[in-house]
Design a protein around this ligand. Structure first.
Ligand code: HEC
Ligand code: HEC
Ligand code: HEC
Ligand code: HEC
Ligand code: HEC
Ligand code: HEC
Length: 431
């Protein structure tokens, strides 16, 4: 039996690994045609050229993939070192490309040696790496993190089958042993004595019945109360958004300040969702995520990040080849997550600016959230508790100094809480 269980478990874990490792290997850089060092070239490219050029796509300047096949080497040296000078000589190739790009000027790079330029060109000959692993569209899946659930279910199912087999086996063994005992004339002790069934003994003991029913009543009241109190509480609510927007990547890895996007939190009741213009401040030039980010998105969340950015482009009508807004605009319908009932009044500026409370106190570790969810219960008890426990920040508030001092003396000289200021008055939070 044990051997059987081990073999089964062993094969399951092998299966589990198969499911998570992807079969395709990232494409290795193709042999450099020029003999330059593509790795050195990549660093130079990122430092000097990446602000205007991409390898496989038009940006401010042309896509540079296999540029070495479009021009000869000497031409490239003089172009990169000083393109304006080359154009001024009336070189036909140079003038043509200059006109094609609306006569915008490329920086001169006199500091780059011919070897440097060879290295950069070796890098521009790198084939586009192929993505690996399965890709899922964010909007078409129920959960963004369902990647590993299939293999988990299979493991659980297999375990259940193994346990079932064990039970059947034990029953069979039991029966065989009994038959064996009978055949040999051995008396099994169970058959001998007449015992009162356990349920009869239980019913006869009135004390036990009383204690059990009290316990059952209390337990069901406890669970019923819990169930009733959670009606209308949407803690953990995480709807699928029309664009898979990751706070982990923006507020976490890239450390963008919350108030850059949620700017009205400082001075108004509402925090607001940024308009797509704010997104395009960056995304005009960020059409694709870094390769490492891309791979992570596919492996860990099953999301094709680049496709999500394309949705942003579709909504704003941005054509990344032409670098212009051309298409139709269509609003993105974000699904609202936090929502108090109409009877309650909550003001962000009062808490963020006057109260100096960090967003994370109420909204949780936003910078780690791949998918935004409601972290706090947003119940009345939650508001009241914090008002009871939080001390008023008296620093640098000269105007109220006298009032605060008198109030504090009236309360026996202790620290003032928000509750002392009226944070428990019904009218402050209810219209
Ligand atoms: C300020 C933006 C900018 C930077 C930085 C820049 N380029 Fe350019 N590049 C351009 C533009 C714009 C063109 C199109 C021609 C023109 O308008 O001058 C171009 C054209 C080129 C071309 C000709 C491409 C073709 O298809 O014919 C090459 C090669 C090139 N750049 C290489 C480089 C390299 C290598 C670097 C980094 C060392 C670099 N560029 C940095 C803007 C830039
Ligand atoms: C680059 C812009 C950007 C930054 C920076 C940003 N957010 Fe957001 N935030 C959004 C967008 C877009 C949404 C709507 C989509 C969603 O819910 O994921 C959103 C949604 C939210 C929501 C849920 C709103 C609702 O519907 O109830 C909260 C709460 C939130 N952000 C808090 C934060 C906090 C806290 C930070 C800083 C740690 C932050 N955000 C940084 C763009 C941003
Ligand atoms: C301050 C610059 C900045 C702003 C503003 C910004 N982004 Fe981004 N965004 C980035 C960067 C940088 C990346 C790529 C990160 C990487 O490659 O690791 C990115 C990646 C993304 C991605 C792919 C990863 C993901 O989150 O799914 C999407 C989609 C995206 N942004 C949408 C938006 C939307 C929608 C807005 C506006 C609410 C926005 N971005 C505003 C800088 C910005
Ligand atoms: C004291 C707790 C608290 C703090 C601090 C707080 N929020 Fe909120 N936030 C809430 C509540 C409660 C709601 C629901 C408001 C409603 O439905 O009227 C909310 C709603 C939101 C929304 C949805 C849109 C809206 O305004 O209704 C966003 C976005 C948001 N918060 C972002 C932020 C950001 C960014 C910060 C930090 C600058 C922040 N919040 C600080 C409690 C808080
Ligand atoms: C994390 C703690 C915290 C939570 C949670 C919180 N508050 Fe507050 N609240 C404060 C602080 C701190 C102040 C005092 C700000 C100031 O100095 O004016 C305040 C002040 C207020 C005031 C003004 C009180 C007065 O005397 O003028 C109202 C109204 C209010 N909060 C409503 C709410 C509501 C509604 C909720 C729940 C949805 C809530 N708060 C949740 C900390 C909190
Ligand atoms: C700090 C803010 C705050 C104060 C003070 C406050 N409430 Fe509330 N109250 C709320 C919030 C927020 C909700 C909504 C909670 C929810 O949706 O679960 C609420 C919900 C309620 C509800 C439930 C309404 C319903 O339809 O479920 C009642 C009744 C209520 N409050 C009465 C009062 C009374 C009476 C007082 C004064 C003794 C009071 N509240 C003081 C914030 C407050």
């Amino acid at each position: 039996m044990l051997a059987f269980v081990f073999v089964t478990l062993g094969s399951i874990s092998v299966y589990g690994q198969d499911a998570t490792t992807s079969d395709g290997e990232p494409a290795a850089p193709v042999e450099a045609t020029s003999g330059g060092d593509a790795a050195l070239g990549e660093a130079l490219f990122k430092a000097n050229c990446a602000s205007c050029h991409k390898l496989y796509k038009k940006a401010v300047g042309p896509a540079l993939f296999q540029v070495s096949q479009r021009h000869d080497r000497e031409w490239l040296y003089s172009w990169v070192k000083n393109s304006t000078a080359l154009i001024a000589t009336g070189d036909a190739e140079a003038v043509a490309i200059y006109n094609e790009y609306n006569q915008s000027n490329m920086n001169a790079f006199p500091q780059l040696s011919n070897t440097d330029i060879d290295n950069i060109i070796a890098y521009t000959d790198t084939e586009k790496p192929k993505p690996t692993g399965p890709v899922v569209d964010a909007a078409s899946t129920g959960s963004a993190t369902g990647g590993s659930s299939i293999s988990n279910n299979i493991i659980l199912g297999a375990l259940a089958v193994v346990l079932l087999l064990l039970v059947v086996l034990l029953i069979v063994v039991n029966k065989t042993l009994k038959r064996f005992a009978q055949a040999n004339g051995i008396q099994t002790e169970f058959e001998e004595e007449e015992r009162t069934p356990i349920w009869k003994a239980f019913v006869q003991n009135q004390f036990l019945v009383l204690v059990t029913s009290v316990f059952l009543l209390l337990a069901s009241a406890y669970f019923a109360y819990g169930a009733l109190m959670s009606v209308g509480v949407d803690q953990g609510y995480a709807p699928v958004q029309p664009i898979h927007y990751s706070h982990r990547i923006h507020a976490g890895s890239n450390e963008i300040d919350c108030k850059y996007c949620h700017s009205s939190a400082r001075e108004s009741k509402h925090s607001g969702i940024p308009s797509l213009n704010v997104c395009m401040n960056c995304h005009k030039s960020i059409g694709e995520v870094a390769d490492a980010t891309y791979q992570e998105g596919i492996d860990e969340y099953g999301i094709d990040y680049n496709k999500e950015i394309q949705k942003l482009y579709a909504a704003t009508g941005w054509d990344s080849d032409e670098q212009k807004f051309v298409g139709e605009e269509s609003p993105v319908r974000w699904v609202r997550i936090h929502n108090l009932p109409d009877l309650a009044y909550f003001n962000h500026a009062q808490h963020v600016t006057a109260g100096k409370i960090a967003c994370q106190t109420c909204h949780g570790p936003v910078e780690e959230m791949e998918v935004m969810y409601q972290y706090s219960p947003l119940t009345m008890g939650w508001c009241i508790n914090c008002h009871r426990e939080t001390n008023v920040d008296l620093q640098g508030n000269g105007y109220y100094e006298q009032i605060h001092k008198e109030l504090s003396e009236a309360r026996g000289g202790r620290q003032l809480t928000i509750a002392d200021l009226g944070g428990l008055e019904c009218g402050k939070c209810h219209y």
